[in-house]
Design a protein around this ligand. Sequence first.
Ligand code: PXP
Length: 254
Amino acid sequence: MVQAPHLRLGVNIDHVATIRNARGGRHPDPVRAAKLAVASGADGITAHLREDRRHIRDEDITRLKAEIGKPLNFEMAATDDMIAIAVRTRPHAACLVPERRAERTTEGGLDVVGQRGVVEHAVRTLGAAGIRVSLFIAADREQVEAAHAVGAPVIEIHTGAWCEALAAGDADVAAREFERIRIATACANFLGLEVHAGHGLDYASAETIAALPEIVELNIGHFLIGEAVYVGLDNAIRTMRGAMDRGRQNAKAA
Ligand code: PXP
């Protein structure tokens, strides 16, 4: 059996900033958390600079780029303001996400089919600045094909619907959602896109999805920061790494 590629873990540190901002001031510092995450085995750090700056702030992004020794994945809306910040900061990667002010988190995938012009402009501008662009999309074949058509080298599949069904104990919906992820992943791989996945993952779901060999990166935040309250960030990340490695052993290379 051919070995599936290494599955990278991107740790999203947004919610360290959420806690800091609840009181103002500097503690806890998301950059310190990012450094600890790297020391604990994270392959990269993800941070979302939202338009309302509800968690990560501009200076966090500057410090993350300067201070962490691993790739920075900058999550952003495809707006001119965010594109300008990305081009100035030059993160390793940028993940384009849809953004609505009223949402609690990134609730759905980017509508690449419906917003083709805007997305294509962002992909081209960021790509020209040497930033590797990924599009955060639902596990939907049309969106995968549109991502390919606008020239994005990478997609990140939104795993939220699957994780919600698992959490609700709805096995039928969960099975259906997982099948959608599997098909979208295979389709993207066929088109030559690099595939990432994320949103709502915990130890069990990360272990399950790690068995899909086309996926090369998982981006995980909320669960890890929540677990850190009980066991510490280092322990939570190492346990997640173990779950991903166990799942990966079940992957048959495509
Ligand atoms: N990937 C993307 C593109 C996201 O927007 C988020 C949430 O900010 C995540 C991954 C991580 O999701 P969670 O915090 O639920 O693990």
